[in-house]
Design a binder for this molecule. Structure first.
Ligand SMILES: Cc1cc2nc3c(=O)[nH]c(=O)nc-3n(C[C@H](O)[C@H](O)[C@H](O)COP(=O)(O)O)c2cc1C
Ligand SMILES: O=C(O)C(=O)c1ccccc1
Length: 362
């Protein structure tokens, strides 16, 4: 009676979303790089993790609240930075943050957002962070940092696993280009125009990175960013203990264990398998977030048990956005959080602080 198609799990939103976007947009969102091995491995790596539930603990009340850098969050599940939300919904990032706000969840807005940082901030009901790619034109970065701070963005996430854009065969075959009216409106148009001229033949996405990203960047350059903001800085795309340790040594405030949702280096390690060595390397000195392949409350739980402070979801919220705009995003976040609550109840861990390494079989 009309409820047969009601989504009961995050992946049900995938089916709903498919009918709302064109084939090239679907492929851009759904696809990964190379043979999509890491894309598949991110979710598969959760399949064989086994949980160790405890009995006779008081789970009458379940509490998923947490905080990052002093900002309270209703849920440890936030939204990963994604370019061009207007590919999925006419309101784009404005709808996304309205939806996230209704769930009091964190949104990491992408540098290639398709709405202005200020419009997004006005629509937001929850905390916002801004993701940056390290553009060769540092003046553009500087301007973005100032604008973001003025608009109330609370932290910066620098994505470092995209020195070049991964070899995304689906986009190459589709000759993927941005539809009319979808653009990276926060980045100096000159940066984008340069990219366009230089690499007309590539997918529109690969073209950006080819000319505008700074591939010569090293650890020493982080001092430049550190000097430009007193807000927390997180590095996204860390997959090894070595780099987690270097991040801690270079004065950043957090890391995001990520392989870019299997869209960059194919055969990169699944993120849940990389998490523990990164957590050990920073030894409690900073929050460690993780993204990639999280599709279930049990996946969120596993990541928290292995030491993550919070998790980010990418494609699942895009499915919600495509299928139902702001409400769809809220629904996805609520469903994921209620699955986490369900897992916490059955695991015997009433608060996030009760979840530890012993909850997952080695
Ligand atoms: C369509 C799409 C666009 C993305 N754009 C960006 C981006 O601009 N910057 C970034 O740091 N990560 C980007 N990502 C990667 C996400 O931040 C995140 O790492 C990934 O989606 C997590 O995996 P999941 O989709 O399996 O949850 C993008 C991912 C997707 C699916
Ligand atoms: O598609 C992506 O994953 C991504 O990170 C990106 C990079 C450059 C421009 C647009 C998106």
């Amino acid at each position: 009676m009309g409820t047969q198609n009601a989504p009961l799990r995050l992946t049900d939103y995938r089916d709903l979303a498919a009918g709302h976007v064109t084939r090239p947009v679907w492929d851009f969102v759904d696809g990964g790089s190379g043979d999509e091995r890491t894309l598949a491995a991110n979710t598969a790596a959760y399949d064989h993790r086994r949980l160790r539930p405890r009995i006779l603990t008081d789970v009458d009340k379940i509490d998923t609240r947490t905080a990052l850098f002093g900002t309270p969050l209703a849920t440890p599940i936030g939204l990963a930075p994604v370019a061009y939300h207007r590919l999925l919904h006419p309101e784009g990032e404005v709808a996304t943050v309205r939806g996230a706000g209704a769930a009091a969840a964190l949104t990491v807005v992408g540098i290639f957002a398709s709405r202005t940082l200020e419009d997004i901030a006005r629509a937001a009901g929850g905390p916002l962070w801004l993701q940056l790619y390290w553009l060769r034109r540092r003046a553009v970065l500087e301007q973005l940092i100032d604008r973001a701070e003025a608009a109330g963005y609370e932290a910066f996430v620098v994505t470092l696993d995209a020195k070049r854009i991964g070899q995304r065969l689906r986009d190459m075959r589709n000759g993927f280009t941005l539809p009319e009216g979808v653009a990276a409106v926060n980045v100096d148009p000159a940066v984008m125009a340069e990219a366009h001229q230089a690499h007309e033949a590539d997918s529109a996405i690969a073209a950006h990175a080819e000319t505008s990203f700074d591939r010569a960047l090293t650890w020493d350059d982080l001092a430049w960013l550190r000097a430009r903001t007193s807000k927390p800085i997180l590095l996204k795309g860390v997959l090894t203990a070595e780099d987690a340790r270097l991040a801690a040594e270079h004065g950043v405030d957090g890391i995001v264990v990520s392989n870019h949702g299997g869209r960059q280096l194919d055969n990169a390690v699944p993120t849940i398998d990389a998490l523990e060595e990164c957590v050990q390397a920073v030894a409690g000195t900073m929050p460690v977030l993780i993204d990639g392949g999280i599709r279930r409350g049990t996946d969120v739980f596993t990541a928290l048990a292995l030491g993550a402070s919070a998790v980010l979801i990418g494609r699942p919220f895009l499915w919600g956005l495509a299928a139902g705009g702001a409400e769809g995003v809220t629904d996805v976040l609520r469903l994921a959080t209620s699955e986490l609550e369900h897992t916490m109840t059955l695991m015997g861990t009433p608060t996030l602080a009760d979840i530890d390494r012993t909850a997952v079989r080695p």
